[in-house]
Design a protein around this ligand. Structure first.
Ligand SMILES: NC(=O)C1=CN([C@@H]2O[C@H](COP(=O)(O)OP(=O)(O)OC[C@H]3O[C@@H](n4cnc5c(N)ncnc54)[C@H](OP(=O)(O)O)[C@@H]3O)[C@@H](O)[C@H]2O)[C@H](O)CC1
Ligand SMILES: [K+]
Length: 487
């Protein structure tokens, strides 16, 4: 599993490693050596400036400068702050640096195309200002190798505090932090190398991380592959509420639910729209809702076990009533788009009714409308999605290029396989449909959401530039085949 450790958890990992007998200076030596290894694998020796900060990130810098010098590289080292203010392992590392210590002014970058950024790492505590900010800004246009994180990037949030350089390579230690995968951090880090510096894996038992990169090892063992002796009803009967006018959304979602493995999919729609839906995918059942209360009656069929409401549903009382009908019928639910926005003025009415069999799939705008009052929009993506899941009791998928998924019990993942090509109309409807298809097959809400987000990203990658949402469901068989081959 690819855990993501918060800054506090990373410090804990350090302490646990030291308590287990790995000396602090040995960790710093290994950290520096790992950076040098990564650098030497990518570049031939050329003039390099190592910028060291006042803490242990700077200590790593002193090790790196010494090892590069020993490897024959032309190296200059500059320190932000004074040598006498260095303490602990950083002071030990500075003692072992044989060369001059220069002042960290932008001029040191002149003539040094490669910059090792060891100014601030996990200990960044406030926005960069003044001198620190000036030297970070002066790195623009150079090839930057960041130690742990680009200085100014916060390891928990992925946000920039004041300024941060664009790194070509970031070498971090033991595990990545959320800031390496959340935007804009992920972009600023460039290539990320995770180095083993001798922290024993078992320290994770004492930390029990709750955050991970979304990858198949988290949920593959629960994927509902069809049984040889199964039949279609064993694979669930999913229902999609179709709207009167934006009919494409429900059609995209229904096909995606089928491709994700649901045994049957029904679109329930206004009678006037029946011909449009019926002319769509032949594998989808279309059921016109002839009179008031017809949707609730349709859901009385116990075999219909999962419901999607929102894509193209229209905003207002009718959609709110449909959501309440699905919740009253105790179906596994995916609520997306208009189903979320319809509760913008009465969020608590919805949030008080949800449970972990409900998956909400908002983008940032829908999230603000539904959770703006209870959770707020100031926090980073991971904190907000976690707070939203805790508030609602539901699984929340906060969509974007760095989609994050949280369960009400505190578990969360960040998804990293989605290409930018997925930023096109209708792809959210397809995602909602994949979640629906997995819920219909009995997957638990959090696992269904994580699986769906990953499958959606892989389908996007398989198609690449030029993809439109109509293509995505068709790419799922190939993605699923490859996933199955890994078993
Ligand atoms: N297992 C590991 O991950 C290992 C990591 N190592 C490296 O250690 C750093 C973390 O070191 P730490 O000393 O805790 O923190 P930093 O070096 O990142 O920064 C702390 C100093 O920076 C000052 N600071 C913080 N923010 C600012 C700012 N905006 N402007 C100016 N100065 C700032 C801070 O000052 P305070 O006043 O806040 O105290 C500190 O002086 C980790 O990232 C790794 O690189 C080890 O090598 C071992 C293994
Ligand atoms: K750094």
């Amino acid at each position: 599993m690819d855990e993501l450790l918060s800054v506090a958890e990373m410090y804990r990992a350090d302490q646990l490693a030291i308590a287990a007998g790995v000396p602090g200076p040995a960790l710093m030596e290994a950290a520096g050596a790992a950076v040098v290894r990564a650098v030497c694998e990518r570049w031939a020796p050329h003039p390099t400036a190592v910028l060291c900060g006042p803490g242990n990130n700077g200590g790593d810098g002193f090790v790196i400068a010494r090892l590069l010098l020993e490897a024959g590289w032309p190296v200059r080292l500059a320190l932000l702050g004074t040598r006498s203010a260095l303490t602990g392992d950083a002071a030990v590392a500075a003692d072992r640096w044989p060369g001059p210590i220069e002042a960290a002014d932008p001029y040191i970058l002149k003539g040094n195309p490669l910059v090792i950024d060891a100014l601030f790492g996990a200990g960044l505590s406030r926005p960069l200002e003044g001198h620190a900010r000036a030297i970070v800004e002066a790195m623009e246009g150079r090839t930057v190798v960041a130690v742990d994180v680009p200085s100014g990037l916060h390891g928990d949030s992925g946000r920039v505090l004041g300024a941060a350089p664009q790194a070509a390579l970031t070498v971090t230690f033991f595990r990545r932090k959320p800031g390496h995968v959340l935007l804009p951090g992920r972009t600023l880090c460039g290539e990320v190398v995770v180095a083993d510096i001798g922290i024993p894996e078992r320290v994770l038992d004492g930390i029990a991380p709750q955050t991970a990169v979304n990858e198949p090892s988290l949920w593959r063992h629960r994927f509902p592959w069809p049984a040889l002796d199964g039949h279609k009803y064993a694979r669930g009967h999913a229902v999609v509420l179709g709207g009167a006018r934006m009919t494409g959304a429900a059609r995209l979602a229904s096909v995606a639910a089928l491709r994700a493995g649901a045994g049957l999919v029904t679109i329930a729609c206004p009678p006037a729209a029946f011909p449009v839906y019926a002319a769509g995918c032949a594998s989808v059942i279309v059921d016109p809702l002839e009179e008031d209360g017809a949707f609730a009656r349709l859901l009385q069929d116990q075999r219909k076990n999962a419901v999607l409401i929102g894509p193209g549903a229209g905003r207002g009382a009718q959609t709110r009533a449909a959501v309440m009908a699905a919740l009253d019928a105790r179906k596994a639910c995916v609520l997306d788009a208009d189903a979320l926005t319809s509760f913008a003025d009465s969020a608590d009415e919805l949030l008080d009714r949800l449970d972990k069999r409900c998956v909400l799939t908002p983008h940032e705008g829908e999230f603000a409308r539904l959770f703006g009052d209870s959770v707020g929009m100031d926090g980073d993506k991971l904190s907000r999605v976690r707070a939203a899941a805790a508030r609602s009791g539901a699984v929340v998928v906060l969509k974007g290029a760095d989609t994050a998924v949280a369960a009400p019990d505190g578990r969360a993942v960040v998804n990293i396989n989605a290409p930018p090509d997925l930023a096109t109309a209708g792809t959210g409807d397809v995602l909602a449909g994949i979640v629906l298809g997995l819920l219909a097959q009995g997957m638990d809400g959090f696992e269904a959401a994580c699986t769906a987000v990953w499958l959606h990203g892989e389908a996007g990658r398989a198609l690449g530039p030029g993809l439109i949402s109509d293509d995505l469901a068709g790419a799922l068989p190939g993605v699923l085949k490859a996933l199955k081959a890994q078993d």
